[in-house]
Design a protein around this ligand. Structure first.
Ligand code: OXD
Length: 311
């Protein structure tokens, strides 16, 4: 019986995953990208941005685990073995980091910290005009696990908070919008727009010139989802024209962000290297272990991915 677990990622050496899995499953045959051995032994792939076609070359693979909550990195390559279930990690630690990231950058904008840093550099004592929290409307694109957690935390801080999802959702204390019409309405009322959508056929390029134009003048944009949602020229034009006051970008159409890209040096843009939420084996492994056990005993899997919808 094939029972090896392959860790397919270049982000870390996978040793924390090996430790977490062995604590629950006992000694395992743990393979890494540089040490895959006989591919026929591999039963489970834990994958983050796998090389195209690699997983399809494991003849006995029975379970594919996305090491990211987003699964576009797996589905994009279109060469996964047919009929093999795909599950994602569900990681409270990562969810908490994502909402922390959004709150940090939103508050930094809301409380004019960049302006005060600039004043300090020129030794100016210059109070900025204060905006009441009640008048800073936060809009969240995507109301999955991360969007809901982020929305609840902004609402708890007192920001009027709304969210948009493909299908209708009802959440306590959050104004919700859905569908194409709801998308425009969400944009029109968002002084801070936070993107946590999955990347699918429907969301690629969603944030184009029309979308940025629909935001109120002076809006701030935080992207901690996927760069593929954004038409970069449209975002840069909206920043250059002054329609948007700034942006924090953690994700990009091309990663790593090429050195010549304008985002690196744009005075209104903060760039971080896809770190808003890092998968943490401590918090993500229980769900993965559960799925490995379920697969081995023929039970229904949890956190499954529907390749058709793309999440
Ligand atoms: C994820 C990510 O999908 O970190 O989890 O981008």
């Amino acid at each position: 019986m094939p029972d090896a677990i392959a860790y397919i990622s270049r982000d870390t050496d996978g040793q924390l995953w090996k430790k977490a899995l062995e604590a629950a499953l006992g000694p395992i045959d743990f393979r890494t990208l540089d040490n895959l051995g006989d591919k026929a032994d591999i039963e489970v792939a834990l994958a983050w941005k796998p090389p195209a076609g690699l997983i399809a070359s494991f003849p006995n693979i029975r379970l594919i685990v996305s090491l990211g909550m987003g699964v576009d990195h797996l589905l994009a390559e279109d060469e996964l073995p047919a009929g093999v279930p795909i599950v994602r990690i569900m990681d409270d630690g990562l969810v908490g980091q994502m909402s922390e990231y959004a709150i940090y950058w939103a508050l930094r904008h809301h409380r004019d910290i960049d302006k005060y840093a600039a004043s300090q550099r020129t030794k100016q004592w210059k109070p900025e005009e204060f905006v009441d929290t009640l008048h800073r409307r936060v809009g969240i694109l995507g109301l999955g696990t991360i969007g809901q957690d982020t929305a609840a935390k902004f609402a708890a801080l007192g920001f009027p908070t709304a969210g948009w999802s493909r299908t209708q959702k009802t959440l306590p204390g959050i104004e919700t919008f859905h569908g194409p019409d709801g998308f425009k309405r969400l944009l029109a009322r968002s002084d801070i727009l936070i993107d946590v959508l999955p990347l699918t056929r429907d969301t690629r390029g969603l944030l184009d010139a029309a979308a940025f134009a629909a935001l109120p003048k002076g809006a701030y944009f935080i992207n901690m989802a996927r760069g593929g949602h954004v038409v970069d020229e449209a975002l840069l034009a909206a920043l250059d024209s002054g329609h948007l006051s700034g942006a924090t970008l953690d994700v990009f159409n091309q990663e790593p962000l090429p050195p010549e890209h304008r985002y690196w040096t744009h005075p209104k843009v903060h760039v971080t290297p896809h770190v808003a939420g890092a998968t943490n084996p401590r918090t993500a492994s229980p769900g993965v272990i559960e799925n490995i056990k379920r697969r081995r005993t023929g039970q229904t899997l949890i956190h499954t991915v529907d390749p058709k919808s793309g999440y």
